[in-house]
Design a protein. Structure first.
Length: 317
């Protein structure tokens, strides 16, 4: 799917893709957003760029030289974006190609950052004078969305913190599952921030001759550094709550083992008494004693109460 955008009077406007003048519309667009392009759309792109489009395997390369570089087609930046499905966060790489007259973005699926940018463009809220400024705006919005996601994670972490530390009826196994999800999401956000930091550093070097964008890029870098510190704080708190949860689970398990141990010790003396009087020897004086049976029962009860009373007095129960 292709979406075309044009800069008009300092704002980005979405334009309909005509069926009969597709190549001309692509050539005149200031921003071309391609989501999972098919073979025909790739052919149009390759004719426009005079080069091959990057494949999925090439986009996912993690080397800096493979993610940020310049060639005859323009400036290439492969950047990680955050997406969410089934209450889990995932990362997806978007290929951004910056040319002198246009910006091209290629991605595999729908992303919240692009959906929000399109919505703002329809309302005339995205100001841009050039494709370079549009790319800077895209990264600026991306970092803002990461900040919002971190705030949401922090709020969820506060809820889990209450469950672990204050709610005595809470399921600790459920708390561990939620903490694991939060740790995974926080790690994905940190990965995106680190990748964006590398992208911004590359843009700062490339756009050195355009001072009007440098201050915005530096401000984005400062925001990223602040968010990186926040992710570290969240990691520390998640680890603390994870350790606390496991500690509480161990305490519960120790209490259960303690009860079994006490029960074993309490019933051991009565078992010994019953075993003695269960012996089949011919010479046992108590066998013909009328009070032998009550005596044995009383002795078993007393031998069971005695260790229980001793443990209670020592404060072990």
């Amino acid at each position: 799917m292709l979406r075309l955008f044009k800069i008009q009077e300092g704002t980005i406007r979405e334009r309909r893709l005509p069926d009969d003048q597709t190549e001309r519309a692509l050539a005149e667009a200031d921003w071309i957003d391609a989501r999972d392009p098919d073979d025909e759309e790739r052919s149009l792109f390759q004719g426009l760029l005079h080069t091959d489009l990057p494949e999925s395997d090439d986009i996912e390369e993690i080397e800096a030289s493979a993610r940020c570089f310049v060639d005859q087609a323009g400036v290439h930046i492969h950047s990680l974006f955050l997406t969410q499905s089934e209450n889990r966060h995932h990362t997806e790489t978007v290929a951004c190609i910056l040319q002198s007259k246009r910006l091209i973005t290629i991605r595999e699926s729908e992303l919240a950052d692009f959906r929000l940018l399109r919505m703002r463009a329809r309302r005339g809220q995205v100001e841009a004078q050039s494709p370079e400024e549009l790319l800077v705006t895209l990264f600026e919005q991306k970092v803002e969305n990461h900040a919002d996601t971190l705030e949401d994670l922090h709020q969820q972490l506060e809820e889990v913190s209450y469950l672990v530390l204050e709610d005595e009826q809470a399921s600790l196994e459920d708390a561990i599952d939620r903490l694991a999800r939060l740790e995974d999401s926080n790690g994905k956000i940190r990965l995106c921030l680190m990748d964006t930091q590398r992208n911004i550093s590359f843009l700062l070097r490339h756009l050195r001759t355009q001072p009007e964008h440098l201050e915005t890029l530096r401000e984005i870098m400062r925001d990223i550094e602040t968010l990186m510190s926040h992710t570290t704080f969240l990691f520390d708190k998640i680890n603390f709550l994870m350790d606390s949860t496991q500690g509480f689970i161990n305490i519960e398990q120790n209490q259960i083992i303690k009860m079994f141990s006490i029960a074993a010790v309490v019933f051991l003396p009565p078992t010994l008494v019953a075993s003695i009087y269960g012996m089949n020897f011919e010479v046992m004086p108590e066998l013909k004693w009328m009070l032998g049976y009550p005596w044995a029962l009383g002795l078993m009860v007393a031998s069971g109460i005695a260790p229980f009373w001793y443990f209670k007095r020592k404060g072990w129960l």
